[in-house]
Ligand binder design. Structure first.
Ligand SMILES: [Zn+2]
Length: 289
């Protein structure tokens, strides 16, 4: 059961932080940009952050961290929200999730083969996005457009569909010869990102990387790498004012984070006192008021 809290009632919420829920709304007719809507998730409670823009917001960490997987109390958070035993034993915390080309399922060493079959042997999408400039990324089809909003992308375009996570990793490796795969979060948060023609970038990259696909098709089959012909999507974030200088809050150093809420982008809250990447503090038990 999740309770929706009226932001005007100012009832303090208390519970463990999860990453913010971000949903796109209906695109503006003039700019074609879909507006991002943010909901703060604290335990089972919810706070509509868009409705809170321009108002004071205070988060206080009580010193406890609970593993998002097993619920155990942990002194330190590993991989953004896990206890050490989970971090060392779950397939979702293995390095092959971040580097899918290193998938070792077929060597018989997957940490949790059943989990791998459910999550990695599913269609994955390779996309181009513009979060702080052009980047390439991969995601499960079901994570679109959440993945892009979590990265603060202002534009995104799926370019290829493959059958497994490992295959998407090989394609990403190929694209990384020409394109970044990371977001410069400071540039993303300052809002200084110029729009790009993603369709033209896609066509350019496919032309340049043509020969790189030959060995992949030999290995996985001619049909394994399906090009997608979709329209780019645009996103607009709820930001009253972008920070000119970025100062970041960190619960580990300062358990109280307070200020006027100026915006949300990616998994960051922007306050007039600094920014905070809430995803980094998944599992931290906080009060919000
Ligand atoms: Zn755990």
């Amino acid at each position: 059961m999740s309770a929706v809290i009226d932001p005007l009632e100012r009832i303090p919420l208390r519970g463990c932080l999860s990453k913010m829920a971000v949903e796109p709304g209906i695109a503006d007719p003039d700019s074609d940009a879909e507006p991002a809507h943010y909901t703060l998730r604290v335990g089972e409670q919810r706070l509509d952050l868009n409705a809170r823009l321009g108002e004071p917001l205070r988060l206080v960490w009580h010193g406890n961290i609970f593993c998002t997987h097993c619920g155990r109390r942990t002194r330190k958070s590993f991989a953004q929200g896990y206890c050490y035993p989970c971090f060392k034993s779950l397939a979702q915390c293995d390095t092959c999730i971040v580097k899918p080309e290193t998938c070792h399922y077929f060597a018989g060493t997957c940490r949790e083969p059943a989990w791998g079959e459910r999550h990695c042997f599913r269609p994955h999408v390779v996309y181009l996005a513009n979060s702080s400039g052009l980047k390439v990324g991969i995601t499960r089809g079901t994570q679109i457009p959440t993945r892009w909003l979590d990265q603060g992308a202002i534009q995104a375009l799926p370019i290829l569909e493959v059958d497994t996570r490992q295959q998407s990793g090989f394609v990403e490796m190929l694209f990384k010869e020409r394109v970044a795969d990371r977001t410069n979060w400071r540039a993303m948060l300052k809002g200084e990102v110029e729009p790009l023609d993603l369709s033209a970038q896609r066509d350019r990259l496919f032309a340049q990387l043509e020969s790189g696909f030959v060995p992949l098709r030999e290995r996985f089959g001619a049909d394994a790498f399906q090009r997608l012909d979709q329209r780019p999507r645009r996103f607009r974030y709820p930001v009253l004012e972008f920070p000119r200088k970025i100062a970041s809050h960190n619960f580990d150093k300062q358990p109280e984070v307070a200020g006027t809420l100026l915006g949300m982008k990616g998994q960051y809250l922007m306050l007039d006192s600094g920014v905070i990447n809430l995803r980094k503090f998944t599992g931290y038990e906080v009060s919000v008021m």
